[in-house]
Design a protein around this ligand. Structure first.
Ligand SMILES: *Cc1c(COP(=O)(O)O)cnc(C)c1O
Length: 370
């Protein structure tokens, strides 16, 4: 059997050593005589698995004690509603629109409070991160998408968040679904830092929510379902209902792999090396180019197009590229259906060999189709 290089934006490739370990433990987890898929989430075999995953997240991200780490369900998309429902007090929040995922978060938040879109990069097809003056005003929170998976941009420097008129701090909320643990972050700059796991941490099924304890309200917005209250999950250590046990188990293994490979610093080095190789190739190519402004480029998701000007020819060329790449063992290179072109997602688990091999393929394709 040969494995492909999977450049999917999510769910995405996992470290091979993690898959092998999971395979070895599939029928009999550490002498328990059962698979982790089959265990009670409250059993003595399972409880260390979830607490180990939490410990590793805390250690890898340097999370202080005044933050809760929650393992939730409903994907990152459920956070689009949970955040306004739980953080609403004054009734207004500031959002920055950097693409499809922020736009979805904005649309959802508008159901629950007043949304001020204080900056947007929509004018240039979201190809850059807008510059933002200090965020000030009577906002319950300020919201950003840290890495924009579809258009391939990331916040190189966080926006400065100021105070409300009563002197209290506006908490910064970040969707880090496609960049969590790709490089170090200072978690104390955030009120909520959350990520769907299926890009950099695990298979689909769990959303990691890191939330400052004082932001967990006793009484969220009236009518908030029990399952959408942070307090429910914080009070029961993510065991109010059955958590996605197996996904959390795999996440623990991925976190151990990150630890063994230098932690967040190690991931940054690894990811910068891959991204530099790829961007340098695109920037020096006469056949391909990156549509993203240089100082806004993502380390994780790299969209690219050919230099073909004729739209019809370009579309046909993209289709040919994606098909031939797949046949050569480089899969999931089509751009998002909303933006077209191509996109190579290079999450933590993608080895540099995969990127080098892809560039070699691209070079040959360029020569054959010039
Ligand atoms: C994938 C993604 C989402 C959506 O995640 P789901 O878990 O499918 O809800 C949200 N935000 C960003 C930045 C993403 O990359």
């Amino acid at each position: 059997m040969s494995r492909v290089y999977n450049f999917s934006a999510g769910p995405s490739c996992l470290p091979e050593s993690v898959l092998k370990e999971a395979a070895e433990e599939m029928l009999d987890y550490k002498g328990s005589g059962q698979s982790v898929m089959e265990m009670s989430h409250r059993s003595k075999d399972y409880l260390p698995i979830i607490s180990d995953a939490e410990d590793r997240v805390r250690k890898l991200m340097n999370i202080p004690d005044n933050y809760k780490v929650l393992f939730l369900q409903g994907g990152a998309s459920t956070q689009f509603a949970m955040i306004p429902m739980n953080l609403k007090k004054l009734g207004k929040a500031a959002y920055i629109d950097t693409g499809v995922w922020s736009d979805k978060a904005i649309k959802e938040a508008k159901k629950y409070l007043t949304v001020d879109v204080i900056a947007s990069s929509k004018d240039k097809a979201y190809s850059y991160i807008p510059s933002v003056e200090k965020i000030e005003g009577d906002y319950d929170y300020a919201y950003i998408t840290l890495n924009n998976t579809i258009v391939g941009t990331k916040w190189a420097n966080l926006p400065e968040v100021g105070k409300r008129s009563d002197g209290t701090d506006i908490p910064l909320v970040a969707d880090a679904s496609s960049c969590i643990l790709s490089e170090p972050v200072d978690i104390t700059k955030f009120g909520i830092f959350y990520a769907g796991a299926q890009k950099n941490l695990a298979p689909a099924g769990v959303t990691l929510v890191i939330i400052r304890k004082d932001l967990i309200p006793e009484f969220p917005m009236e009518g908030t379902p029990i399952m959408l209250m942070y307090k429910t999950h914080a009070d029961s250590d993510s065991m109010y209902n059955t958590p996605p046990c197996y996904t959390i188990y795999i996440m623990g293994k991925v976190l151990a792999w990150i630890e063994a490979n230098g932690g967040a610093e190690g991931m940054k080095k690894r990811n910068e090396e891959k991204a530099k190789l790829f961007y340098d190739y695109l920037d020096n190519s006469k056949f391909y180019k990156s549509p993203v402004e240089k100082n806004s480029r993502s380390l994780m998701n790299i969209p690219f197009v050919t230099c073909e000007q004729n739209e019809e020819k370009a579309t046909a060329l993209n289709k040919k590229f994606v098909a031939e790449a797949a046949a050569a063992g480089f899969v999931n290179l089509a751009g998002h259906r909303l933006v077209g072109g191509m996109r190579a997602s290079m999450y933590n688990a993608m080895p540099i060999e995969g990127v080098k091999a892809l560039i070699e393929f691209m070079d040959k394709f360029a020569k054959d189709n010039a």
